[in-house]
Design a protein around this ligand. Sequence first.
Ligand code: HEM
Length: 385
Amino acid sequence: MSLSARHMPVAAAAATHAPAAAGRAVDADPAAARRDARALARWLLLVCAMVWIMVALGGATRLTGSGLSIMEWAPLSGTLPPLSEAEWNRLYDLYRTIPQYALVNQGFGLEGFKRIFWLEWVHRLWGRLIGLAYLLPLLWFWARGRIPAGLKPRLLLLLLLGGMQGVVGWVMVASGFEPDRTAVSPYRLVAHLGLALALYAALLWTALSLLRPAPAAEEAPRALRGWVWATAGLAALTMLAGGFVAGIRAGLDYNTFPLMEGRLVPSGYWWLEPAWRNLTENVAAVQFHHRLLATLTLLAAAGAAHAAWRGRPGAAARRGAVSGLLGAVALQYALGVATLLLVVPVWLGTLHQAAAVLVLTMALVALHGLRRAPARGDGAGTRGP
Ligand code: HEM
């Protein structure tokens, strides 16, 4: 994922690729190339912020049981909400055909339907706005020749990932209409959450690489890099495990901490056959794994902070980033415990989902700050500023 090999520094990378499109010649002026890099980074950070809000909106949509209220996939015509009573009734009639209506919301009336409709509609509208906030500036920067050629494939890939996220979202929603189902498939929920987080990570990493094309002059100690990588990897696993907790509503049981029904390892742990089903379908095991992974993440983050503070005092930025990571993980841990003890209130569940993105952000910032300079002689390191 490193941009550094091709864009180090961005101005130099831009200088090696004369713009094919019409517009200002970025290769003529390193200062202009740096300005372009900053402008591109600001745009990507804005999109990141929008994706972050989208993750929170997604959490609120799920927790209020709104996600199945729109049964059509209409990327363009669905932009407008129902504008007449006839249209409201048509959508409500559609909703009344699915099991969630019969089993959960029977008889809640058109008013009840309108209550669950709006969050799902805002969630989808926000998705469309993210698409526009990405696509329009992309076209503009491209047409003006302000994108270094080496960056273009990645920006197109991000566009593709964003489009895929819309499709995965719909595939997830469609699973909720199947017979006997009152919620979406947990596997598809995790795929949707995982892709959102991957997209966010790719956007943020690209923006950071535009802002700081060269790794720090002083290489970080090996142990510190190991701890931060461990924290990031464990945090990613914890998030996916959290997706399953949310997906099978495992947060509604075992609402005590740190013990689960008086035991460290709950009695219902690992009884399903075949064994792999315990990882995704057994409430006790799914929740236990999420707790365990979260605890390991917290310990790894503490290890990283310890390693950063033990190092040379010169590396202040590195210490700041790693301490920020520990702070974010500790906050998320506390939010998780509170969410569990209070039996998943909508606001707290939403906050816990949103704060996962904070953990991801701090992990990426720390990892980015620890990048190593490319080895000499591989061609990339020889292009000086
Ligand atoms: C590093 C720490 C943690 C991270 C990164 C994390 C991340 C997540 C994520 C991403 C979700 C899924 C949200 C979704 O898809 O809607 C989730 C759900 C959940 N987490 Fe955590 N979590 C952490 C710690 C904890 C802890 C320590 C507990 C409790 C002991 C906990 C309890 C829960 C519960 C109950 C849910 C389900 C909430 C719902 O149904 O909306 N989490 N977590």
